[in-house]
Design a protein around this ligand. Sequence first.
Ligand code: ADP
Ligand code: ASP
Ligand code: MG
Length: 472
Amino acid sequence: MYKSNEKMHDVEDQAIFAGQLKNTYIMKVMKFGGTSLGTPERMKAVAKIIQREEQAVIVLSAISGTTDTLHQITTLWQKEKSISDKVKALQTHYNAFIEALLQQVDLKKKALLFVDHHLSSLNQITRVHYSETAAKTILAIGEKLSTYLFGLLLCEHQISFQHLDALSFMQINADEEPDLPYITKRLTLELDKYTHTQYVLTQGYICRNAKGEVDNLRRGGSDYSATLIGAAIDADNIQIWTDIDGIHNNDPRIVNTTRPVSHLSYREAAELAYFGAKILHPTCVIPAEKKGIPLRLKNTFSPEASGTLISKNGSGKTATALAVKHGITAIRIESDRMLNAYGFLRQIFEVFEKHKTPIDMITTSEVSVSLTIDDKKALPSILGTLKRFGKVTIDDHQSIICIVGDHISVKSNTLSRIIETLQEIPIRMLSHGGSSNNISLLLAYDHHEMALQKLHTALFEEKIQSVSPILN
Ligand code: ADP
Ligand code: ASP
Ligand code: MG
């Protein structure tokens, strides 16, 4: 397919970037999360589920709990404390896992050797001083283990597959954003070798950064890997398999009468993911949305359930679902210089831009501006600079509750209903109209459970006494 001629390469590269050339026949992506791989039985169930598709790229997270333990190991290392108990716990867990997963002695041996090699590398890596780069190599171990073990399981059941190392194609740029043209080029070249392979197995979450070092797509990043791969190969469908039957209309860890949402738009799903719905990585909807690829969330514990479809078609509901994002800091800047001044907000935004800190919510009055951030890494330095503009106050331990719907902010009585429902709860900030899909509220962390519960009852459970059924 690829000519040796350099010029020809350029032409084909450009065509791949422009999405005009497809040299892979694999059209499906199936991603399985940690809970779907959490026990040997679950992993065996996943090996059955993939066979629903004739061909697919299979993206795996780490076995549940592994990335958390690896995180704890990096923290202990940074604090110069012993990691040996944690490493032993992983070793014991994986030994028992392998014992129950595989039958064939030679495959078991291979699995034990692989796990042993990676867990021993932990002791090796942590012998020297802590570095963030080396810590990221440690965090990558979880996905390496899960894909290798799953590969051996497929071997045992004679299911044909090829292993593709995510570090050979998944890349972020200097701004820590996925480099989709590069990913597309590399992945297309790789998959071109495997056009007749049934399954191509790769790790989610892990990637290389602009310096070529091992990095990751942040917590929950395997969802993002799946949608980036889907966008790169122009998949006709991306499936995200998890431990619940799709996106629910509220956080099921907080409210116990939640229900699955059958379908919603990319915009609705993106708002929910960004504002805390743990089921999806915050930015994973974007690549699927850009390419118009349907995203289906499915339950590995109940494969026949239809789950949730995310596509360009909205839910048709005024209120579709609620999500909550914690760890928010609100910053208020009060200054007379704002009066009748232009350019003031630009100067404020530039401070956040300089510190690569995204702003989530913003409200302004004549002489003050309030905004929220969730990334506090640069907060001391940001506050230092903002003080030049006026009086700066901060409120920590805040939460954003996001109410997502199909054109929610243009339906006249939704906002009044929300405010009426939350009468007793102090609302620090409110954002309405920024997007037609979302109304966001900022409140103290301590009030989030009560607020979610009350809103759930009002928006999804109470019969509305209204001529037009605005909340359906
Ligand atoms: P995986 O291991 O498959 O990536 P996650 O734990 O990342 O799974 O995400 C699934 C979990 O997200 C569910 O078990 C559920 O507790 C939680 N969750 C939070 N908000 C929602 C929501 N709105 N709908 C469904 N699940 C949610
Ligand atoms: N294993 C990674 C994590 O726990 C990535 C993922 O699960 O998607 O964050
Ligand atoms: Mg996840």
